[in-house]
Design a protein around this ligand. Structure first.
Ligand code: C5P
Length: 239
């Protein structure tokens, strides 16, 4: 498999074509962004950590029967994934009040929600990724009602598997964001990444934040927090 031309560059990753039309080559970057790109930094080692953590988590999800676009890790900061057309929705899963939910609705951070909440945001940087309803999704023609139902069902399955996995390593899965895509045959697959960039992860005994809030809120050393997650998951922390 060879890396070919750049297909797309996002805030955290570069996507390249390969010699196989159904496979793309992802390169995780060391850049950190928050607040829709308003806060930016280069953090050495972040790309490697997110690549390692995402590869590990997608492999563990596959063991629980949850397929994703992930094929294999090919280097410290690169992986091969199945080519999909990303559905332009951020599927947010919340177990505990935090972040924009707490800000928008005035609910104290850390309050456990009476049941898991799924929200959808439109993936559109110019619009600031607005929260949208199932009706908006239908009216805008982004996905059908049955696709929305399937996204919710899959998001809950991922939540169940990931929550258990993190609990085993003493970490509470507060909330996270998923993205899904469609393969050539139209099958919906979990895509993008699952890492401390896209999840809120709190140490169960100390409540220490081990995720991107460390960067968003200037709480300390981001790579140390991500290394803690990788190490507890049983991954290789140092190269
Ligand atoms: O900011 P908010 O509270 O809505 O974020 C909910 C969850 O989704 C957090 O875990 C956050 O890291 C993740 N998220 C993300 N990418 C975005 C927006 C949110 O990974 N663009």
């Amino acid at each position: 498999m060879e890396k070919k031309e750049l297909l797309y560059e996002g805030k955290a990753k570069r996507v390249y074509c390969t010699t196989d039309k159904n496979t793309v080559w992802l390169e995780y970057k060391d850049s950190a962004t928050a607040f829709n790109g308003e806060k930016k930094a280069q953090i050495a080692g972040k790309g490697r950590l997110n690549n390692e953590i995402t590869s590990l988590l997608f492999s563990k999800l596959a063991e629980s029967g949850i397929q994703s676009h992930f094929i294999r890790k090919i280097s410290e900061n690169e992986q091969l994934v199945q080519k999909v057309d990303i559905i332009p929705l951020e599927v947010i899963v919340r177990n505990v009040a935090a972040g924009s939910f707490s800000r928008r609705l005035g609910v104290e951070e850390g309050q456990k929600l009476k049941r898991t909440l799924i929200e959808f945001c439109l993936k559109d940087d110019e619009l600031g990724d607005p929260l949208i309803t199932d009706d908006h999704i239908d009216i805008l023609g982004i996905a059908t009602d049955s696709e929305v139902a399937s996204l919710k069902e899959r998001a809950l399955e991922v939540n169940k598997a990931l929550s258990a996995l993190f609990e085993e390593i003493g970490v509470q899965l507060v909330d996270f964001k998923l993205e899904f895509g469609k393969d050539e045959a139209g099958n919906i697959l979990l895509a993008d990444e699952v890492s401390p960039d896209t999840c809120r992860l709190w140490d169960i005994s100390t409540n220490e934040k081990l995720d991107k809030d460390v960067f968003r809120r200037d709480l300390g050393n981001l790579t140390k927090a991500y290394e803690t997650i990788l190490e507890r998951l049983g991954g290789r922390t140092h190269v």
